[in-house]
Design a protein around this ligand. Structure first.
Ligand SMILES: Nc1ncnc2c1ncn2[C@@H]1O[C@H](COP(=O)(O)OP(=O)(O)OP(=O)(O)O)[C@@H](O)[C@H]1O
Length: 794
């Protein structure tokens, strides 16, 4: 909006002479008038405006102008035309008095004119040197209706708002607007000052009906307001975004100042530089590096004291410390590997052979997908230490995690970074610890993995073990793929039945059975004793273990398939000697049976056989447990009653059913052995299987229970050095059983000389080592009755 700045205009006039100023009435309207064409402006009645006069004709006009003579201000249709003719000007103009004429140095004149009232050209009466015209007055039509009044108010308000929104408008403009009472003057003032097109303004001028003029101007004002308000909103938005960034900048600067005050800026910069260095030297793939750099950039913007800082920082630390490209060189020298396996472990021929095959295949086809081995067997038989030996043989690092009790998938795969205190899963934690991307990685206790609402750790492990997927294993915390394909995973389990099926399918299970007493003796002499001597700071020259002393420890102080508690007992003996030596004893100590009894105290396990089996109705059976084979006694007893059978000892359903079958079988064959029928009518029978607190199940004690009942009703003892295992059918057929090796071994360790086995297990005996079989007799039976002639002590 362009406003005529009246004050400035006055001062601009300064002390120059004002030529004419009196406002004429409509009656004073001359008949003819000299026309002064103006460009780009429309003069509204009541306004004062300066005009620059350069055209020759106009100059002559001003020169010819008499005092108090009025001029006709008329707008040119086209501002470009220098010498406009009658067709180049509008027909309606404003009569004006010339207030002042100033000669400018550039040969132009500046005149101040005051416009008074509208006129219409009737006829051009002169063309040269300037136009003169006969004119007629244009009286204003004004009728004050309600609508009219409303329009006046609207235009006032609109104009005030336009003034408010327009930049660089002097405050006085509003005051003038407020003080104009006459609607005709008001609308002319507004029309003259708004920023509209010249042709529109001319239309406002030509409109003599004030109400219509008000409408036109109001419409124009509405358009302008819309534009102004929009532009104000845009400006407001821009300003607020600038304000925000300025505020942030300001706060950042303040923070910097505070940190400098606290001496932290330097520390932080140094820390960030160190991290950058770390990222660059970590050998991580480009994609991961980009992510790390992004995180570093973020870190640089977080204040050190913020908790977010330490979260972002420890993420970068983690990501840098993973062994992205650190790996060890494989040494696949088979004879050397064989030597190492031999040196670390006694026996285990089959296992060692399989490991060597495995290494040989890797040597010949390093890129091939080798199977994942899983060592299964009772505790303490060397599963973990075999893993260590494999790592040593291959020149790789060794790590292990125990999966026992793991229930949460996040233990394997980590927690998302959004959780406070989140960490990567165990797999990546261990890799970082060993700082190698290709260690031998032992997953212990695969059979003890749990599962609950927090996800299934087994399915996370599947991804770890699957060669198709594990090259892009993505831990939730690290959130970037890590290549696990070079890691050599080995699993261990005590009880293969409990390994989750999908995991079991992906692995090659290698069974490791328990050791015989002789094997244990050899392991003790060659490995356990030397290791414990060393651990306890003793020299070989200071102590000798006698074989029978070690044998005593094996048989009477331990009952296990492996050698872990044997090693513990040996350690106890060594510790006690170390105390003596530390006290000053110089003598070389020889550990005899008596010394063992003195140091380790009372024997913990005796061969209970003779004690237990001495009455009719008690028989030794053989059982298989996840920790190896075991001797299982079955006791039967008769009391006066009606021929019922009761069972105790935490027997499972299957075992109970086989007891029933055994009972029925005994009853059915009783007549052929001249057993009195009254035995089943006047007596109740009770079968108990100690230890009563341990749950037992399975069908393999069928023959044992049959024998126990039969020996009871016959009143004949069972020979003490006999043990047996086998399922029986109701017809008396003896069916094969599982866990043969473990059971035979348990029998041997318990001092059993003769074992009765199902005929159909005879072929499986080839798997049992000769050493175990040595000194034992095996009787294979097809039918239950056969057992009678072998075991009853008559
Ligand atoms: N054949 C062997 N020769 C030499 N030492 C052995 C042999 N078997 C086991 N050991 C020793 O017995 C100890 C226990 O073995 P290890 O820890 O490997 O048992 P494990 O089978 O992994 O048991 P768990 O199932 O409880 O993990 C180790 O110190 C190991 O060196």
């Amino acid at each position: 909006m362009r406003l005529l700045d009246i004050d400035n205009y006055e001062s601009y006039l300064g002390d120059t002479e004002v030529v004419g100023s009196s406002a004429p009435d409509i009656e004073d309207m001359p008949e003819t008038i000299a026309l002064l064409p103006i460009r780009n402006a429309v003069a509204f009645p009541g306004t004062i405006m300066p005009l620059a006069i350069g055209r020759k004709g106009s100059k002559t006009l001003l020169k010819d102008l008499k005092e108090d003579e009025l001029v006709g201000l008329i707008t040119q249709k086209n501002p470009e035309i220098d010498e406009p003719g009658p067709d180049d000007i509008y027909q309606v103009g404003t009569v004006a008095s010339v207030l002042k004429v100033i000669q400018m140095p550039t040969d132009t004149l500046t005149v101040a004119v005051q416009a008074h009232m509208r006129f219409r050209i009737v006829e051009i009466t002169q063309h040269e040197p300037y136009m003169r015209a006969r004119i007629s007055a244009m009286p204003v039509k004004l009728k004050t209706t309600k609508k009219f009044k409303a329009l006046v108010v609207t235009v006032k308000q609109q104009a005030a708002r336009v003034l408010e929104l327009s930049p660089n408008v002097p405050e006085e403009a509003n005051i003038i607007l407020e003080n104009i009472a006459n609607p005709d003057t008001l609308v002319d003032f507004v029309a003259g000052t708004i920023n509209a097109k010249v042709s529109d303004k001319q239309q406002f001028l030509e409109e003599v009906d004030v109400q219509k003029r008000l409408q036109k101007v109001s419409l124009e004002l509405a358009k302008q307001l819309e534009v102004l308000e929009l532009s104000q909103k845009i400006q407001g938005d821009v300003r607020s975004s600038i304000d925000k960034s300025q505020r942030e900048y300001f706060l950042q600067e303040q923070l910097k100042a505070i940190q400098t005050e606290l001496g932290q800026t330097d520390m932080k910069t140094e820390e960030l530089n160190q991290l950058k260095e770390k990222i660059n030297s970590s050998g991580m793939p480009a994609k991961v590096r980009k992510e790390a750099m992004r995180e570093l950039e973020r870190l640089s913007k977080i204040p050190q004291i913020s908790p977010e800082y330490s979260v972002a920082r420890s993420y970068i630390d983690w990501i840098c410390e993973l062994p992205w490209s650190n790996s060890t060189q494989d040494s696949l020298d088979i004879p050397r590997a064989e030597k190492i396996l031999e040196a670390d472990h006694y026996g285990l021929k089959k296992v060692k052979k399989r490991i060597l095959e495995f290494l040989a295949v890797r040597k010949l086809n390093p890129e091939g997908k080798s199977p994942i081995l899983c060592f299964a067997g009772p505790p303490g038989v060397g599963k973990t230490s075999l893993g260590k030996s494999i790592a040593r043989a291959m020149g790789r690092k060794f790590v292990r995690i125990s999966l026992g009790g793991i229930r949460d998938e996040a233990d394997i795969r980590g927690h998302r970074r959004t959780y406070i205190g989140s960490m990567p899963g165990r797999i990546l934690q261990e890799l970082r610890k060993c700082d190698s991307s290709n260690p031998v990685f032992m997953l212990d206790e695969l059979d003890k993995i749990g599962q609950d609402f927090r996800g299934d750790p087994a399915s996370a492990l599947l991804e770890v073990l699957d060669p198709e997927q594990n090259n892009t294993f993505t831990d939730h915390y690290i959130d970037q793929p890590f290549d696990l394909s070079k890691v050599l995973f080995i699993g261990t389990a005590n009880y293969i039945e409990d390994i989750p099926d999908p995991l079991y399918d992906r692995m090659e299970v290698i069974n490791i059975t328990g050791y015989t007493a002789n094997e244990k003796l050899k392991i003790a002499k060659k490995y356990l004793v030397p290791r414990q001597l060393k651990e306890n700071g003793l020299k070989k020259s200071q102590i000798t273990f006698k074989d029978d002393a070690l044998m005593l420890i094996i048989n009477s102080y331990t009952r296990e398939s492996g050698v872990r508690s044997l090693e513990r007992q040996i350690a106890a003996v060594c510790r006690s000697l170390a105390t003596n030596i530390a006290r000053g004893t110089k003598r070389r100590a020889t550990i005899t049976k008596a010394a063992v009894k003195k140091i380790l105290g009372l024997e913990k396990f005796t061969l209970e056989l003779a004690n237990r089996i001495g009455v009719p109705g008690v028989v030794a059976g053989l059982a298989w447990t996840p920790t190896g084979g075991d001797l299982l006694f079955v006791e039967a007893l008769g009391t006066p009653g009606k021929g019922d059978l009761s069972l105790t000892g935490q027997l499972g359903e299957i075992m109970k059913e086989s007891a029933q079958a055994a009972f029925t079988l005994v009853k059915s064959i009783a007549p052929s052995y001249s057993i009195d029928e009254a035995a089943f009518k006047e007596f109740d029978y009770h079968i108990h299987v100690p230890a009563g607190a341990v749950p037992k199940d399975g069908p393999s004690a069928g023959i044992t229970m049959f024998t126990a009942l039969f020996s009871l009703v016959m009143g004949v003892k069972v020979r003490p050095d006999f043990a047996m295992t086998g399922e029986i059918s109701l017809q008396g057929t003896v069916l094969p059983i599982g866990g043969l090796k473990e059971k035979v071994l348990a029998a041997k360790q318990a001092g059993i000389k003769t074992v009765i086995l199902p005929r159909r297990n005879k072929n499986d005996m080839a798997d049992v080592s000769d050493e175990i079989k040595k000194g034992m007799e095996f009787i294979y039976i097809k039918r239950a009755e056969e057992v009678i002639k072998h075991v009853l002590d008559e």
